[in-house]
Design a protein. Structure first.
Length: 628
């Protein structure tokens, strides 16, 4: 068991070294335009106002002025560095900042000091770039060290339970009835309430995992004063927090959400801090301290004494406000790394809930588990895995999550949600057989629904170059190409939009707009995403529908659903190379986003050399020919 954790640490060190080396290589060798398209930097920037936020951190607002339609990877908490350009050379500034808030083309960055702010204000053309995230790795290494060396106590007990065949302990009270849940959801909530050590809520697509988890948290709060709720991403934390707030639960959100709704913004620690009755008094004291620092004429010793007294008073007020805020909250919500926030230092919880646990590396989970007596994991290990960049670490099993290990080693802890409310039956059946052993059923309300009468819910449009050539499309038919940072297939992009256009014409424009039928266009490759977005933007046919159409990668659609899903597979080559389409969990996510219509655009000659895609192609052909 200790050897297993030491192996995880070794694999994490490989991932750390690989990612750091890759970052340095990108920083030194990658051109600025490639960095922009890869989502790693914004350039050029417009520098906005500089001020002290509610936590007395010095922040500066920046805005990107070019390439505003390009996706980016900036998120709250991520470290960044600034650079300037002169004579086509990049000059990196010798300090780092941290993203506090990001929304579309505006970002607020926490700065180390006033000199750093002055430096970017004085520079000419300034850009900001993601910096290597040493902090997250440090937290994961520290967590692994703590859990590995824990001699006794609850952390050591959980470690032994998770990684050995030690039996699980359960409470034995009678099950609680939840008539508004289906039987599998009700059973899952009761499993959570019975668990002394760990429980897993396995929620396949559309089965109401969030509904079940919210109910489990709500019921747990009848037995505990406060719980900790975490997830790997800010987006997942925001989603579960919002649902809890709608249920009437008081949530305190630690860390700034990636996309903050007005409702969620009110629940952040910063907003609660600013809204507290004692905050105006604290703000006044802080202003007095800044004025004293700037007043050089007053006697130095007297000034220092005043500053010391004011600082002590400010610290006392801050602690008062903090305790008041935490005492009013029933749920503390943050990312897994956010659980190491200094605001949570010394706090311990009876129960930790980890949502989207199948996307979190095991070391990240241990950061939060150190603060809890029992753990509830929710997610689907048949969908998106953690992102691992180092091939050797991937082969060693770093992508095997704690949730996946518990599912395999402790099957009695797992509750599978079996009724799905998203897809019509025709879309559901293939992923049901491939990933869930045929255990899922469609709710009666969605089983037979569709957009058109006598329509086939799942279609494969073959983008084999010969097939496209037969349509006399005037475009490059040579198949996939590698652009600056990804793969593209221009001919397939044309076919993708033409296929959707034909389907729109069948439905009728007026009906689409009246019923607000929404569409997701998915591709595994960023290059194809950029091309499809550009084509949609410059074709006037799509203008009335642009608000209804989203174009993104598989990862970008995680947790979402649309009436119509179109998937452009991209890969088309004589070698039968399908690239990371080999990760079938990503394909499961893509397929299961659709409610009523799924259109796959792909080169069957390339893809069907892989057994999974051959089975998918066969399934779709049988449905088209009514061969059940």
């Amino acid at each position: 068991m200790i050897q297993h954790l030491e192996k995880i640490k070794y694999l994490l060190q490989l991932e750390y070294a690989y990612e750091k080396e890759q970052f340095q290589r990108e920083t030194e060798n990658m051109g600025i335009l490639r960095k922009i398209y890869a989502g790693l930097c914004w350039f050029p920037l417009r520098i906005g106002r500089c001020y002290n936020n509610s936590l007395d951190q010095l922040v500066v607002e920046v805005e990107r002025t070019l390439y505003t339609d390009t996706d980016h990877q900036f998120e709250p908490g991520k470290p960044v560095c600034f650079f300037s350009e002169s004579s086509q050379m990049l000059h990196y500034m010798r300090f780092t900042g941290q993203v506090s808030f990001v929304e579309e083309n505006r970002m607020v960055i926490i700065m180390p000091n006033a000199d750093a702010v002055q430096q970017i204000q004085d520079a000419g053309q300034v850009g900001v770039q993601l910096y290597f995230d040493e902090y997250t790795y440090r937290l994961m290494f520290e967590a692994l060290d703590h859990v590995t060396t824990a001699p006794k106590g609850r952390l050591a007990e959980l470690r032994d339970i998770f990684h050995t065949l030690a039996p699980l302990q359960k409470y034995t009270f009678y099950p609680t009835r939840f008539p508004w849940l289906n039987p599998s959801q009700e059973a899952a909530v009761n499993q959570v309430l019975w668990a002394r050590d760990v429980a897993v809520v396995h929620g396949p697509p559309g089965t109401g995992k969030t509904t079940t988890l919210v109910e489990a948290i709500y019921e747990t709060l009848h037995r505990e004063v406060q719980v900790l709720v975490c997830a790997q991403s800010n987006m997942a934390v925001d989603w579960i927090s919002q649902k809890l707030t709608e249920r009437g639960v008081s949530v305190l959100r630690i860390g700034n959400p990636t996309r903050v709704t007005d409702q969620m913004l009110a629940d952040t620690y910063e907003r609660r801090f600013e809204a507290h009755a004692l905050y105006p008094q604290l703000w006044s004291i802080r202003r007095s301290i800044r004025q004293l620092y700037s007043n050089r004429q007053e006697n130095c010793e007297s000034r220092h004494q005043k500053i010391a007294r004011l600082r002590d008073h400010a610290t006392e007020l801050e602690l008062q406000i903090r305790e008041s805020i935490f005492n009013d909250a029933r749920v503390i919500a943050c990312t897994l790394t956010g659980s190491a926030n200094q605001l949570l230092t010394g706090r311990h919880f009876g129960t930790l809930f980890i949502d989207e646990a199948a996307q979190a590396m095991e070391p990240a989970c241990w950061i939060a588990i150190q603060k809890a007596d029992r753990v509830i994991l929710a997610g689907d290990h048949r969908q998106l895995p953690p992102t691992i960049k180092c091939p050797e670490a991937m082969e060693g099993g770093l992508d095997c999550t704690l949730m996946q290990k518990i599912v395999e080693n402790k099957p009695s802890a797992v509750s599978l949600l079996t009724v799905q409310y998203r897809m019509c039956d025709e879309i559901m059946q293939f992923p049901n057989q491939e990933f869930y052993e045929g255990r899922l059923t469609s709710a009666p309300s969605v089983r037979y629904r569709g957009i058109l009468d006598w329509d086939t819910a799942v279609e494969w449009i073959d983008s084999t170059p010969d097939n496209i050539r037969n349509t006399e499309t005037e475009t490059d038919l040579s198949g996939e190409k590698e652009d600056a940072t990804s793969y593209v297939n221009p001919a397939e992009a044309e076919l993708t939009l033409q296929t959707l256009r034909n389907y729109f014409d069948k439905i009728g424009k007026d009906r689409i707009l009246y019923e607000r039928l929404d569409v997701g266009i998915i591709s595994p490759y960023q290059g194809q995403i950029r091309l499809l977005r550009k084509m949609l933007k410059h074709d006037s046919y799509w203008k009335p529908f642009r608000s209804l159409i989203s174009v993104n990668t598989v990862d970008g659609f995680q947790g979402q659903e649309r009436d119509i899903i179109v998937i452009s597979m991209v890969r088309s080559n004589e070698r039968g190379n399908v690239g990371f389409l080999r990760d079938l969990r990503r394909m499961n996510v893509a397929i299961t986003r659709a409610r009523m219509k799924l259109l796959l655009i792909g080169d069957s000659q390339t893809l069907c050399r892989h057994p999974f895609y051959r089975r998918l192609y066969t399934y779709i052909q049988k449905r088209a020919n009514f061969e059940y």
